[in-house]
Design a protein around this ligand. Structure first.
Ligand SMILES: Nc1nc2c(ncn2[C@@H]2O[C@H](COP(=O)(O)OP(=O)(O)OP(=O)(O)O)[C@@H](O)[C@H]2O)c(=O)[nH]1
Ligand SMILES: [Mg+2]
Length: 391
């Protein structure tokens, strides 16, 4: 049963998506729900929207509480550096100790529980990249239901580009990690790449629609998908479809609010007795789902691989730019997602380049001859040097 929502409901959803004010958004979502006919075909959509509404309500309540006390930190920390990484773990796992060991941050380390109560940032260097690491207040059972600093901890995770999940090897690490993963999943944050075959990434206005199909459409054409999305006023997006997908599945993904965050597990306190056995148990539990790094923040052991591990899990690359008449390229890299093209780089440099792009020259280790003259669709790789020529 493809495309089962009436046009007025689609229009309403477009209004929801265009609204940032949480109260207004909630009201529009409520109206949306009342416009959706209730039957088996719409059950999933309704459940997803209701879940979004409950998250929104909780966030609003949290904000109200903060306003009432007139204190409390901001919900989000400004991003700095190439990527923001949230440090998530139970109390006393060693989050502050890790921050102290790998960044410039001044933090309070203590044997008492719940020492860090506000998101605390620090900058870590890996080669020529700066990662911003943010210690979130300790996660606990009930965080996803709003207990203690739960909303703030989970908002920190949701707002970050990637996660470090830290566990204490002197306590049961499997229990800690499974608690972390289950609280996050309740808050709709997952650490394994979505199984979903349809991914919709909304883009800035004017970007246009790009559908990347690696597989087959079952009951529809590319054109049907564009029409469907347009009926939701989605006109600027990259839609990735893999495997077999129906039009209905594409429609479902519009309401999907689960987000994927690449994560690395850090197993701390590897200096303590008995840590080897618990590391083995942790590794057996994790399997090949996530990378696991055993460290001792106190003894400064095992930390040297952290930068490279983060870089790999984030799926990012560095690209250097060069002015046409200069010999040296920029010292500071542009950070792009793997698979990004010359076009993505050009619009990151200057929004004007989108229209004025003529051609680029690329110096790369992969190319037999460098530089090579390329067009905007050329796919870049880590370490490439790019010189952009405008019209
Ligand atoms: N043996 C050992 N102890 C550690 C290690 N890292 C941290 N600790 C100790 O663990 C305790 C908690 O460390 P913190 O870094 O404050 O932990 P946290 O996760 O920031 O805790 P809260 O902010 O209170 O939730 C402190 O007493 C640290 O000295 C380590 O690698 N080995
Ligand atoms: Mg702390």
């Amino acid at each position: 049963m493809p495309a089962n929502l009436p046009p007025d409901a689609r229009k309403k959803w477009a209004e929801v998506e265009a609204t940032r004010n949480p109260k207004e958004r909630l009201r529009l979502m409520q109206e949306f729900v009342s416009l959706v006919p209730k039957h088996k075909g719409t059950a999933k959509t309704l459940a997803q929207v209701k879940k979004q509404m409950s998250i929104l309500r909780r966030d609003m309540e949290e904000r109200k509480k903060k306003r009432a006390t007139r204190s409390g930190p901001k919900l989000f920390l400004e991003k700095e550096g190439a990527a923001q990484i949230a440090l998530i773990g139970l109390t006393k796992a060693g989050k502050s100790s890790l921050l102290a060991a790998v960044t410039n941050a001044k933090v309070q380390i203590s044997p008492d529980p719940y020492t860090t109560r506000v998101p605390t940032p620090g900058i870590m260097l890996y080669e020529d990249i700066q990662f911003q690491i943010v210690e979130a207040p300790a996660l606990m059972e009930g965080s996803a239901d709003g207990k203690a600093w739960g909303p703030q901890t989970l908002a920190t995770a949701r707002n970050a580009d990637g996660l470090i999940l830290i566990v204490d090897l002197s306590q049961d690490p499997v229990k800690q990690l499974s608690l972390i993963l289950s609280e996050m999943e309740k808050a709709r944050i997952i650490t394994s790449k979505p199984r979903g075959r349809v991914e919709i990434e909304k883009k800035y206005m004017g970007a246009g629609m790009r559908i990347i199909l690696v597989g087959t459409l079952v009951d529809c054409s590319m054109r049907n998908i564009e029409e469907l999305l347009r009926s939701y006023r989605i006109t600027d997006a990259v839609v990735k479809i893999s495997g077999e997908a129906t039009l209905n599945e594409v429609e479902d993904s519009i309401f999907e609010s689960t987000i994927y965050k690449p994560a690395t597990v850090v197993a701390n306190k590897a200096d303590l007795e008995g840590s080897e056995a618990s590391l083995e148990r942790l590794k057996a539990y994790v399997g090949n789902r996530l990378p696991v790094a055993a460290v001792s923040c106190e003894k400064r052991l095992g930390l040297e691989i952290l930068g490279e591990t983060l870089f790999k899990t984030l799926d990012i690359m560095r690209v250097y730019t060069k002015e046409p008449n200069e010999r040296e390229h920029s010292k500071k890299p542009f950070i792009l997602k793997k698979g990004a093209t010359v076009y993505d780089l050009a619009k990151d440099i200057h929004s004007d380049f989108r229209k004025r792009f003529n051609f680029a020259k690329v110096w790369s280790k992969r190319l037999v001859f460098s530089p090579q003259k390329v067009g905007s669709t050329f796919v870049l790789a880590d370490g490439d040097i790019v010189e952009i020529h405008a019209k």
